[in-house]
Design a protein around this ligand. Structure first.
Ligand SMILES: [Zn+2]
Length: 474
């Protein structure tokens, strides 16, 4: 009896399943039909890489395209000139799609399988954000097209999010309440494999410590000088001892950004730039406060003065397994990246420069879902605590390529990068459409979000109430 019922149910289900699949195939083919257009835009962003908060050209390009497609643009949001939102549709569910576009300093690289700057000392898209922004935009447009023809209720909002690399751009957008009405965020990031892993990463606070002493002739009147560089070095010594007495996931990094001009002048000014990370943001705050104490102690001992400025601060990511599972199913339907013969030759050359890479064929497959504990940090963390968020990675780079490498910039300027970008665009669009079709999906997503976040959660940005550090790359 049970068996018969199962068979009947199965048959009743199959036609609706295939209608759903056909609908999805249509969405996939509309994105494919605009492949050239999206490749051109991504290429333009790749050819003119812009640093955090200075992405005028990239931001304007994406805005122009979205406006042409009928999105309502709000520019300069959160007091950031290059931040914007582009909204289409009305009513609920409200789904957000994130789009980054900033590049990294000194990473210029040609689309060649060997190290060669396109423009010496210029920035480069070493984290693939030109693909990130354009692919997300392509997804938003496909969702808009679907909303238009389906007549379903729903709003799609693209977030143009500047300065991910050290600028904490999204934090200011969260702080401004721009995510308050969002039911779910579907996002992605370029990578060297296709995954939809729920997981966490590290929260972070970064800042610059500035010491001031008094200069004098280093040989003729050293007793009159008080070295600001001594202040920095004393601080670093104390922090390097502190390092031993922190919890497991703690990471502390620093660079001396100013150390004096000549050895025969006692340095009057010195500056050191710190980053503290931990899997738990409260622990980050605690360690940061101890780093500040080290700076104060050193200033006292070296008879210098010290001030500090917090530059960035981001939450650890809050995973959402329910949303990640839905993304995984859609990415499996879309499939991975197939190389042409030329791309295969390019990939083989690139792999010769990498340690022990995964086989090139792995770009084709979608990896099984696993929970991950990442060691990096991103301003998406703050978004994930304010709206349920899931992000996939797609193989826009040759397998084995790390982010922030010349190999990443190189592949990002070829068909390999553009194909990976379209895998993401399709996955995001299909996931959003699933939610509009069955808003009930959100019940599980929201329940998990509430449970992981806890009942007493109150958002407080780790960078406090400072204004966007618009000049941090100037
Ligand atoms: Zn990135």
């Amino acid at each position: 009896m049970k068996k018969i019922l199962l068979v009947v149910l199965l048959f009743a289900f199959i036609p609706s399943l295939s209608i759903a699949q056909n609908d999805k195939k249509k969405v996939i083919s509309t994105i494919d039909s605009k492949q050239n257009q999206y490749t051109t835009i991504a290429k333009q962003l790749w050819e003119k890489p812009e640093l955090g908060y200075l992405e005028e050209n990239s931001s304007a390009l994406l805005q122009k395209e979205l406006e042409k497609e009928g999105f309502k643009i709000e520019k300069g949001v959160a007091n950031i000139p290059t931040a914007f939102t582009a909204t289409y549709g009305s009513g609920t569910p409200v789904i957000g799609i994130l789009g980054e576009f900033d590049a990294l300093p000194g990473m210029s690289q040609a689309a060649e399988p060997f190290k060669k700057a396109r423009v010496v000392d210029a920035p480069g898209q070493a984290c693939g954000h030109h693909l990130f922004g354009t692919g997300s935009m392509a997804a938003a447009i496909a969702v808009k097209d679907w909303l238009k023809t389906s007549g379903k209720s729903g709003t799609i909002r693209f977030y143009g999010t500047p300065a991910e690399e050290g600028g904490s751009g999204k934090v200011y957008m969260v702080r401004a309440g721009l995510f308050n009405d969002i039911d779910a965020i579907v996002s992605w990031h370029p990578g060297d494999e296709n995954t939809s892993n729920p997981g966490t990463n590290l929260a972070t606070i970064s800042g610059k410590f500035r010491f001031k002493g008094s200069s004098s002739h280093a040989a003729a009147a050293p007793e009159l000088g008080r070295s600001a560089l001594d202040g920095v070095e004393g601080m670093n010594d104390l922090v390097n001892m502190l390092r031993e007495h922190t919890t497991e996931s703690t990471r502390i990094h620093y660079v001396i950004t100013k150390g004096g001009d000549a050895p025969n002048i006692v340095p009057e000014e010195a500056e050191v730039y710190y980053v503290v990370r931990n899997a738990n943001r409260d622990e980050v705050r605690a360690v940061w406060n101890r780093v500040v104490k080290a700076a104060e102690g050193s200033a006292m001992g070296t008879e210098t003065t010290m001030t500090y400025e917090i530059i960035g601060g981001t939450y650890e990511r809050l995973p959402n397994k329910a949303l990640a599972t839905l993304m995984h199913a859609n990415m499996t339907l879309v499939g991975g990246v197939d190389y042409t013969r030329e791309e295969l030759a390019f990939a083989k050359e690139i792999q010769k420069t990498l340690g022990a890479p995964e086989p090139i064929e792995s770009a084709k497959i979608i990896k099984p879902m696993v929970f991950t504990y990442g060691k990096a940090s991103a301003d998406t963390g703050d978004v994930s605590w304010n709206a349920p968020t899931a992000a996939v990675r797609t193989a826009t780079w040759v397998p084995g390529t790390p982010p922030h490498s010349w190999q990443a910039v190189a592949a990002g300027g070829t068909g390999i990068g553009f194909k990976g970008m379209l895998v993401a665009a399709k996955t995001l669009a299909l996931t959003a459409i699933d939610i509009y079709k069955s808003p009930k999906i959100l019940d599980g997503v929201r329940a998990e979000f509430n449970e992981r976040r806890g009942p007493d959660f109150k958002y407080e940005a780790l960078l406090g109430d400072r204004k966007p550090a618009l000049d941090y790359r100037k």
